[in-house]
Ligand binder design. Structure first.
Ligand code: GDP
Ligand code: MN
Length: 396
C-alpha cells in the first residue's frame, strides 16, 4: 500500500526521524492557517506548498512551490489544489490534487549551499536481506544517477539476526562525506530510519532528498513509503491511511470482494487459482502471442459466485479480447468449478468475448464434459499447450 508524503513523514516522525515539518491543507484558506501555525512553531516566514498525490517527480510537474509570504501561500495553494498534476511518473492525464502539504522552508535563504542526499531502505530480493541504498546525488532521479554515475550509489546490507549495527550507520555517514555534528546527526538519522522501516512493516522507504541544512541538521524533506499489505492487520492506524482516490478503481473493487487482482495493459484476461499458476499462465498467454490484461488469483474456492465476480472485474477492461481460465483442481474439484463457470456465464448473460477454460486435476474429464455440453461460447482444454493453442486461435 502506498501512502502520501505527509503520512509517510508522520510515521518517520513517530520513530524519531527528523522531518521537514508540515501541515495538510484542503483549500487555500486552510493553507494560510497552516502557514501561520508553522511560522509560530518554526519562526520561518517562507513555506513550501507540496501537492499530495501518489507519484514522484512532483517538483518537475509544478506540484512543489516556494511561497515567500501568506499571499503567495494562498495563491499557490489555490492553484495546486484541484489541478491535474502531470509528472514523469503519472499518466498523460495526470493526477487530481485533493490536498497539499504546507511545510516550513528548510533551505534557509542566504546561507551556504544545503546538501541533498538520496536514501532508501528496501529488501534485496537476491540475498533476502534488507538494505540501505544511498547516494551523495540526492534531489534528482535515482534512475539517472544509476545510469550515469553508478559508482555514486552505495548499499549497506543488514544482517537480520543482529539488525543495523552502529558501525554501518557510521560508514554511511562517512561515505556521504560528513564530519562533526552532521556526521553524528546522520548516524542517528539512519538508525532511526531503519527502525521505522522494520517496525512499520514497510516494503519501501525512499527519502529523496535527505537534507543537510546549513546548520548541520539532517532531515527527511520527502518521503515515499510503501507498507506491506500483508502486514496491515498489525497496523490498524496505518491501514486507515489508504487513499482509494489514488488507486486503480478495479483493484479497489477486487479487494472488497477478496480477490487478488492486478490490472495490466494486455488483451487476454485470466482467472487462475494460485499465484504461481497465475504467473505461469501469464507467460503462456505471452507465448500464444497475447498480452495478459490482468493478474487474478481467485484462490481456493472457485464457486459460481466467485467466478462471476472475477468475470465482472475482467470484463470492466475494454481491451479484453478473450479470457483464459486456468484452474488446477487439487482440493477444489474441477466439475464444481466447471459448473460454476457455466452458471456464472448464464447468469451474467452479457459475455461477448470467447472463453477458454483449462481444468486439470480431480474430475477434469467430467468438467470438460460439462463445458462442452453447455452450448456456450466456452472452449475446454485439459493440457496446458492445448489451452495456449486455443488462445492463439481466438486472437488470430
Ligand atoms: P518530488 O519532486 O515529488 O520528489 O518532491 P520533493 O518533496 O522531493 O520536492 C521537490 C524539490 O523541492 C526538492 O528536491 C527540493 O529541491 C525542493 N524543496 C523541498 N523542500 C524545500 C524547501 O523547504 N525549500 C526549498 N527552497 N526547496 C524545497
Ligand atoms: Mn523527492
Amino acid at each position: 500500500m502506498n501512502i502520501h508524503e505527509y503520512q509517510g513523514k508522520e510515521i518517520l516522525n513517530s520513530f524519531g526521524v527528523r522531518i521537514q515539518r508540515g501541515i495538510v491543507a484542503h483549500n487555500a484558506k486552510e493553507a494560510v492557517d497552516a502557514a501561520k501555525e508553522l511560522t509560530e512553531l518554526t519562526g520561518t516566514g517562507w513555506h513550501v506548498i507540496k501537492a499530495q498525490v501518489h507519484a514522484g517527480g512532483r517538483g518537475k510537474g509544478g506540484g512543489v512551490k516556494l511561497a515567500k509570504n501568506l499571499k503567495e501561500v494562498e495563491e499557490i495553494a489555490g492553484q495546486i489544489i484541484g489541478m491535474n498534476l502531470v509528472t514523469p511518473q503519472t499518466s498523460a492525464e495526470g493526477k487530481k490534487v485533493h490536498q497539499v502539504l504546507v511545510t516550513e522552508d528548510v533551505y534557509y535563504p542566504g546561507d551556504s549551499e544545503p546538501e541533498e542526499y538520496y536514501m532508501s531502505v528496501l529488501l534485496n530480493r537476491t540475498t533476502g536481506r534488507n538494505m540501505i541504498m544511498y547516494s551523495t546525488e540526492g534531489g534528482m532521479d535515482i534512475e539517472t544517477v544509476a545510469e550515469e554515475t553508478p559508482h555514486l550509489i552505495f548499499t549497506e546490507e543488514v544482517d537480520p539476526s543482529v539488525g543495523l549495527m552502529g558501525f554501518q550507520a557510521r560508514r554511511i555517514a562517512f561515505n556521504l562525506g560528513l564530519s562533526g555534528t552532521a556526521f553524528k546527526e546522520m548516524t542517528k538519522f539512519v538508525m532511526a530510519l531503519y527502525t521505522a522501516y522494520v517496525e512499520s512493516d514497510s516494503a519501501l522507504f525512499e527519502i529523496n532528498p535527505v537534507l543537510k541544512t546549513s546548520d548541520d541538521k539532517i532531515m527527511a524533506v520527502d518521503a515515499k513509503v510503501t507498507i506491506d499489505d500483508n502486514a496491515l492487520y498489525r497496523h490498524k492506524d496505518y491501514a486507515e491511511m489508504r487513499d482509494i482516490r489514488e488507486e486503480n478503481p478495479v483493484e479497489v473493487e477486487a479487494r472488497k470482494v477478496g480477490l487478488n487482482y492486478v490490472d495490466l495493459d494486455g488483451n487476454v484476461g485470466c482467472m487462475v487459482n494460485g499465484a504461481g499458476l497465475a504467473m505461469a499462465t501469464m507467460d503462456l498467454i505471452k507465448q500464444a502471442g497475447g498480452e495478459p490484461a490482468n493478474f487474478l488469483d481467485v484462490g481456493g474456492t472457485a464457486d459460481a459466485k466467485r467466478v462471476e465476480e472475477a468475470f465482472r472485474l475482467i470484463l470492466k477492461d475494454e481491451n479484453v479480447k478473450a479470457i483464459l481460465v486456468n484452474i488446477f483442481g487439487g482440493i477444489v474439484r474441477c466439475d464444481r468449478v466447471a459448473q460454476g463457470i457455466v452458471d456464472a456465464y448464464k447468469n451474467m448473460g452479457n459475455i461477448t468475448v470467447p472463453i477458454i477454460v483449462r481444468l486439470q486435476g480431480t474430475n477434469a474429464d467430467i468438467a470438460k464434459e460439462i463445458i462442452d455440453n453447455s452450448g456456450l461460447d466456452v472452449q475446454s482444454a485439459i493440457e496446458f499447450q492445448e489451452a495456449a493453442d486455443k488462445v492463439q486461435a481466438v486472437l488470430a
